[in-house]
Design a protein around this ligand. Structure first.
Ligand code: CMP
Length: 141
């Protein structure tokens, strides 16, 4: 079914000048970019986004990394977009990511892992609303 998912191109991938190559993978897989912006997150914005991980030991490092440089936040739309994006990204830990996935090709460590993607349609709805107002999303029709 047609779905939307939230993608974040993280500071490591932006620093590598890989915004275009990563976005091309989404587009080649049939996902459409229906919203996009570049942001420098602060502690509150990054911490709020990852609120579900607040008690995890890696939370502080995660927020530190996500605020270390600009990110590109996108809404991707297409058939089965949540799962399709997760397939394109590969495993969270780049050392476990399948060859040819974004994390295998662009990521170095579990923190600097190039991209984030929503893990379910419910998360996608919350995460999209966290970064975008309705009028910032531009369905292609
Ligand atoms: P992301 O999909 O953005 O969601 C949470 C992030 O926490 C994850 O990618 C990783 O970059 C980071 N992280 C760091 N350590 C861990 C861990 N042990 N398990 C899961 N995520 C981790």
């Amino acid at each position: 079914a047609n779905q939307r998912t939230l993608s974040i191109i993280k500071p490591d991938a932006v620093a590598k000048n890989a915004i275009g190559e990563i976005t091309a993978r989404f587009e080649k897989a049939g996902l459409q970019v229906v919203a996009a912006k570049m942001l420098k997150l602060d502690d509150d914005k990054a911490g709020g986004f990852y609120a579900e991980h607040k008690e995890r030991p890696f939370f502080k490092d995660l927020v530190g990394f996500m605020t270390s440089g600009p990110v590109v936040v996108q809404v991707l739309e297409g058939d089965d977009a949540v799962a399709k994006n997760r397939d394109l990204m590969g495993a969270t830990n780049p050392k476990e990511a399948a060859p040819g996935t974004i994390r295998a090709d662009f990521a170095e460590t579990i923190d600097a892992n190039a991209v984030h993607g929503s893990d379910s349609p419910e998360s996608a709805e919350r995460e999209i609303a966290y970064f975008f107002t309705a009028d910032e999303i531009c369905p292609r029709g």
